[in-house]
Design a protein around this ligand. Structure first.
Ligand SMILES: Cc1cc2nc3c(=O)[nH]c(=O)nc-3n(C[C@H](O)[C@H](O)[C@H](O)COP(=O)(O)O)c2cc1C
Length: 482
């Protein structure tokens, strides 16, 4: 890491933490004397979180090319997106011979952009790791509510990362409804979460010699948070990240820091590293806040999603122009054959929405088209890669998109609607004509006369015709009748 954060080192050797500053919260349980507390030892293949500014776990926004981009701009560690234990268990692991990446996949379902493996099978990639470029700095985050499943899933990726992190902070219903994410903060007063962490420490951390950590949110009172943090720190974890928002707080609400110093102190009392998260805009700000609140480092999510070069300190040149970041992102996306939909999503985050080019890129249907829209097609290497990846992901084939289907359905409905209107119009005209005809017949003098006498002219004509020996009712018979 390029900047210094006061709270300690990330080495594997046990160490003593510096004396913490006074906690502003008086009625929470006090941490043990820090002078006598060693750091929890960092396992041989693990990495300490002390002094680090890291990329936050982000579903969709934390796929492999985003992590490579953050590392390129000097993030110290990168968290992968939360991956639910059940989705990993039962996957097939392969090394992609073209990219060198390790991929965990399932046979294809209806989703697009499936890769064709060398055996000609179509598969959906659930998780992808670039073992050469990220394994020494990758933290795999798991979504779970079961110690057994957590261990089974983590065991698959543990050889290719430096730590397993448990997501206990996601407040979204897709996570909490399944008893995962922020639901773990209160489930059995945090006991289930503690059991999950203990199982991971004993059965994955020790076996693979990597660290286990957890990411939590604030509970509503310092007392509750304090009790939970103490409980979690006793499980053998090496790090804890605190997202400085409570469970009901929305992302747009400013992060709150009141409990932060206390949490840092509790972590230190157990020898556990503490990262802070929430409204951290850059490396320099992470360093400043960590020093101010006595924690060990910072984690950045949305600011890095919008521009990953926030990991560069001002002294290293600071944030780069979006065009430079987007070009580098596309290089990584092509190198690792990233899913096209995910690449487009990330581009929508990295490009300023106000730029006209944003609209053009959002309409592109292939990597080649994106390079053209961004005027990067004169880069021969990138163009060649784009052609290959387009072919691999079938993006070069004419494709019926959802919006095409929508348009076609709309046109068919419109045609049906118009035909209906025309049919009704015709029926109405016919009806009107019939009415008119009836009216005309009703008002003819002959009808008036005969009807006045109680017989229709047709019946009279028939009688007359019979009398005259005619077969049918003709003009002549009518004349007779009249
Ligand atoms: C698109 C997106 C996806 C996220 N996915 C995860 C996730 O998978 N796991 C997790 O623990 N937090 C997730 N978060 C929360 C972030 O890691 C982070 O805690 C939160 O955004 C606050 O940090 P910030 O203020 O820097 O954005 C996600 C946030 C965003 C914006």
């Amino acid at each position: 890491m390029s900047t210094n954060i006061a709270a300690g080192n990330g080495s594997n050797t046990p160490n003593t933490t510096p004396a913490p500053s006074q906690s502003p919260t008086s009625n929470v349980s006090r941490p043990a004397s820090p002078a006598t507390v060693p750091h929890v030892p960092i396992p041989r293949r693990g990495v300490g979180y002390r002094g680090k500014v890291v990329l936050a776990p982000m579903v969709r926004s934390g796929e492999l090319p985003s992590r490579l981009l953050a590392l390129y701009y000097k993030a110290d560690l990168v968290w992968g997106p939360e991956t639910v234990d059940r989705s990993m268990i039962g996957t097939i692991q392969r090394t992609n011979s073209r990219t060198g990446c390790i991929e965990w996949s399932r046979p294809q379902n209806k989703h697009a952009n499936s890769l064709v493996t060398e055996d000609g099978e179509k598969e959906n990639v659930i998780y992808r790791i670039d073992s050469k470029r990220e394994s020494d700095r990758l933290v795999f985050q798991i979504g779970t509510n079961s110690p057994e499943r957590a261990v089974a899933a983590a065991d698959l990726v543990a050889p290719y990362c430096v730590a397993i992190d448990v997501n206990a902070g996601c407040p979204k219903s897709f996570s909490t409804d399944g008893g995962m994410g922020a639901a773990l903060l209160t489930e059995q007063n945090g006991d289930l979460l503690a059991r999950i962490l203990t199982a991971l420490v004993n059965e994955v951390g020790q076996k693979h010699e990597i660290g286990i950590s957890v990411k939590i949110r604030l509970l509503s009172t310092p007392e509750e948070t304090s009790a939970l943090v103490h409980k979690l720190c006793k499980t053998g974890i090496t790090g804890l990240t605190i997202h400085c928002r409570t469970r009901p707080m929305r992302p747009r609400e400013r992060a709150i820091r009141e409990q932060l110093r206390m949490i840092g102190e509790i972590c230190h009392s157990h020898g556990v590293a503490c990262l802070m998260n929430g409204d951290v805009a850059s490396r320099d700000e992470a360093v400043r806040l960590a020093q101010e609140y006595g924690v060990d480092g910072g984690m950045i999510a949305t600011a890095a999603e919008a521009n990953s070069s926030v990991f560069l300190s001002e002294s290293e040149g600071g944030k780069k122009h979006w065009r430079e970041v987007v070009t580098q992102y596309l290089r990584f996306a092509l190198e690792v054959e990233n899913k096209f939909g995910n690449t487009k999503f990330l581009l929508s985050q990295l490009m300023p929405g106000k730029e006209a080019i944003y609209q053009r890129v959002s309409q592109c249907r292939s990597y080649t088209a994106i390079l053209q829209a961004l005027e990067l097609n004169n880069d021969v290497t990138m163009s060649e890669m784009a052609k290959n990846v387009d072919s691999l992901l079938h993006l070069d084939e004419p494709k019926v998109s959802k919006s095409d289907v929508k348009k076609a359905n709309k046109a068919a409905n419109r045609a049906k609607h118009e035909a209906n209107i025309a049919r009704k119009k015709r029926a109405a005209e016919e009806f009107m004509q019939a009415q008119q005809h009836k009216r005309e017949r009703r008002t003819s003098p002959l009808r008036e006369q005969t009807e006045a006498r109680g017989r229709s002219p047709e019946r009279k004509a028939e009688i007359a015709a019979d009398n005259a020996g005619f077969e049918g009712v003709g003009q002549g018979a009518l004349q007779v009748a009249v």
